[in-house]
Design a protein around this ligand. Structure first.
Ligand code: CP
Length: 314
């Protein structure tokens, strides 16, 4: 097994499938009265979060605890980062406390790569800027496989703010590795330069893409990155699209569009959602939505990643 998980590109098809298969075994624990395994007893996992998170941070914590690891939760807010302590000094400080694995989320693309150069233990990228979020792609693939029975040959339509989406980048890479066909649908202003070189089709009309989709994955409009100096391309939101209402009209998933999808097709969203913008509440809460399932998959997949990286790899 790999030492660090920094990008979905770190995984070939065999390694990714091994994680998904191990996650399926981990998922069977969730139904038991005692949900813990002793596998990582005596090992320490650090959650090093410089950006806000609900799902990723808590699911890594639950995953590590279910494997009996000790967990240190570090949030930049309220830490010595406010006194000017650098990322390197923070990482070295936490390593000195015995971290075997560091799970890092950071607003700067590439930060996990720097941390991996500085410390001895494993580093897992939990989302870096607009770059990658590999465990999100793994949990999405796990959810698709659980619902639809396969990944090879699936048509996955990823819709919305691709420009700022680390989830889209990691999903395109991993789904391509696992044999799925990806179509990106977005306004031209929310597509990155060079997207033509990605292993994905690109379009601008959601209604054209829906009838062929096995999976429709809606992306969050990243409001915090659509402001001057907000970590995105710089211009204000109205440079990307005129209004939330106009965005929802062209790129939002509502009940009428859901009805145009094949009856077996599922709806995904990594969360957090902007209900009423990229997805209506009716669709988000429908039986064809896997949004809550994705969160549960996140615990199993992160258990599998920690298990294989720290303890269980042959
Ligand atoms: N999907 C995701 O990364 O959610 P959080 O920001 O809540 O971790």
């Amino acid at each position: 097994m790999i030492r660090h998980l920094l990008s979905a590109a770190d995984l070939d098809a065999a390694a990714a499938t091994r994680i998904l298969d191990t996650a399926a075994e981990m998922a069977s624990l969730a139904g038991r009265e005692v949900k813990k395994l002793p596998t990582l007893r005596g090992r320490t996992v650090v959650n090093l979060f410089y950006e806000d998170s609900t799902r990723t941070r808590t699911s890594f914590e639950v995953a590590a605890k279910r494997l009996s690891a000790d967990v240190i939760n570090f949030s930049a807010k309220g830490s010595s980062v406010s006194k000017g302590e650098s990322l390197k000094d923070t990482a070295l400080t936490l390593q000195a406390m015995g971290a075997d694995a560091t799970v890092i989320r950071h607003g700067a693309s590439g930060a996990p790569y720097r941390v991996a150069q500085w410390i001895d233990g494993s580093v897992i990228n939990a989302g870096d800027g607009t770059h990658e979020h590999p465990t999100q792609a793994l949990l999405d693939a796990y959810t698709m496989r659980a619902r639809l029975g396969r990944l090879d040959g699936l048509t996955v339509v990823i819709v919305g703010d691709v420009l700022h989406s680390r989830v889209a980048r990691s999903n395109v890479t991993l789904l391509h590795t696992l044999g799925a066909k990806v179509t990106l649908v977005a306004p031209p202003t929310l597509l990155p330069v060079g997207v033509g070189a990605w292993p994905a089709r690109v379009g601008h009309d959601l209604d054209v893409a829906l009838p062929d989709a096995d999976v429709v994955m809606m992306l969050r409009v990243q409001r915090e990155r659509l402001t001057p100096g907000g970590g995105g391309a710089g211009p204000a939101r109205d440079s990307f699209f005129p209004s939330d209402r106009e965005y929802a009209r062209r790129y939002g998933l509502d009940a009428a569009r859901l009805a145009r999808m094949p009856s077996h097709a599922i709806v995904m969203h990594p969360g957090p959602m902007n209900r009423g913008v990229e997805i209506t509440a009716e669709v988000a809460d429908s039986p064809r939505s896997t949004i809550v399932e994705q969160v549960a998959s996140g615990v199993s997949v992160r258990m599998a990643v920690l298990y294989l990286m720290l303890g269980g790899a042959a």
